[in-house]
Design a protein around this ligand. Structure first.
Ligand SMILES: *Cc1c(COP(=O)(O)O)cnc(C)c1O
Length: 400
């Protein structure tokens, strides 16, 4: 079947909650993917950083197949021999006392919200049902009803009310606004160390340090949503490390399973994550042996292949190279590590046409927020592959 036939079937039977580029992929290997007609593309989205380890990493495929043949799902009604090892390895790698496994990123964010509220009532002493959580303008934390409650993107909310009370939004990157917004009912500040879907927005230097100080002083949990920024993307294991801060709670997802299987997690110390008692929270697939085995290997790959260092070095190189492009359409570039937002001028007519032109030339990238082209290739990309990509980016960014 050709691409047109697949697209026609999807148009007929699939809900229209996405507007994908019209490329129908059938195979992937490292940074490369192939469409059903055999054309090869460099993947510069990496499934929103879920595929940091590269497509179909042979070590992940091996573990996935072996574990699938052995034991895939027990539910948490019983124990399995993979979850304890993931718990230990992830806690030791990231530096927290406990973790709680879920599946999607949004579920992990929901978990962190429930945990912060319960911590507020049982540890901080907030009166019943009064807990407040502070979030930022331009945030992206997922798509559940509670999470879209505090989105500032009207499109994400329109038609989905009524919403969940208990959230307050402040400008991103503004620590004074955080200090001013906290009340005695505030239990947590939920923030992305770099806003991904918001358009790869890096906050001002020192922001996360001040957030840390304010949260400590006011007894508010600092929750870092590192689902997209974490696990190497910015050149560190966590983006918060760039400012040397340790959040009270870290949320991981996406690359935690290297694109093989949905695995997410909430990490915190015992005083915080310990508020959950049997029956408080759960998920049928959360912590299943298949996901845990895959996540353990995905983490080992990040360490063994030095993906953090690679992202730092090659990210600097990619940024330096794209900055050399003399484009009439580009306003400015921003980002950290192998995570770059190309911000287009108003007159450029939106990022989508550039993404479509890049696709023609064999590069897959996705626009965010209309006027930003995001580059976030798998972290296993080589310098030669970056050179190849930059040549094509130059052609597209200098077109009329
Ligand atoms: C992708 C993302 C989520 C949601 O993850 P899903 O797996 O799509 O539910 C949450 N937070 C951030 C920062 C993300 O980038």
């Amino acid at each position: 079947m050709n691409a047109r036939s697949y697209i026609a079937i999807e148009e007929r039977y699939g809900a229209r909650n996405y507007h994908p580029l019209n490329v129908v992929l059938t195979r992937g290997d490292g940074v490369w993917v192939w469409d059903v007609e055999g054309k090869k593309y460099l993947d510069c989205l990496a499934a929103y950083s879920a595929v940091n380890q590269g497509h179909c990493h042979p070590r992940l495929v091996k573990v996935m197949v072996e574990q699938a043949c052995r034991l895939a799902l027990t539910s948490r009604a019983f124990r399995n021999d993979q979850l304890p090892l993931l718990e230990k390895e992830l806690c030791e790698l990231i530096g927290y006392e406990m973790m709680l496994p879920m599946n999607s990123g949004a579920e992990a964010v929901e978990t962190a919200i429930k945990m912060a509220r319960k911590w507020g009532y049982t540890v901080k002493g907030v009166a019943a049902d009064q807990a407040e959580i502070i979030v930022c303008e331009g945030n992206f934390h997922g798509r559940t009803v509670t999470i879209i409650t505090f989105s500032s993107v009207e499109k994400y909310r329109d038609g989905f009310g009524p919403f969940t009370p208990g959230f307050k939004r402040i400008p991103y990157g503004d620590a004074d606004a955080l200090a001013a917004a906290i009340t005695s009912n505030t239990v947590a500040f939920l923030v992305e160390p770099i806003q991904g879907e918001g358009g790869v927005i890096v906050p001002p230097a020192g922001y996360l340090q001040r957030v840390r100080e304010i949260c400590t002083a006011r007894n508010v949990l600092f929750i870092a949503d590192e689902i997209q920024s974490g696990l190497g993307r910015t050149g560190k294991m966590l983006a918060c490390e760039h400012e040397g801060v340790r959040p009270d709670v870290v949320i991981l997802g996406k690359a935690l399973s290297g694109g093989m299987y949905p695995v997410s997690a909430v990490l915190a110390d015992r005083e915080v994550l310990g508020v959950f008692k049997p029956g408080d929270h759960g998920s049928t697939y959360g912590g299943n042996p298949l996901g845990c085995a895959v996540a353990r290997e995905a983490l080992r790959i990040i360490v063994d292949e030095k993906l953090c260092q690679r992202a730092a070095e090659l990210g600097n190189y990619l940024m330096a190279e794209v900055r050399k492009i003399q484009s009439p359409h580009v306003d400015f570039y921003r980002g950290k590590g192998l995570w770059i937002g190309i911000v287009l001028k108003e007159e450029a007519g939106g990022a989508r046409r550039f993404c479509e032109a890049l696709m023609e030339k064999g590069i897959l990238a996705k626009e965010t927020h209309g006027n930003v082209i995001r580059l976030s290739p798998p972290l296993v990309i080589t310098r030669e592959e970056i050179d190849w990509a930059v040549e094509r980016l130059r052609d597209v960014l200098t077109m009329p």
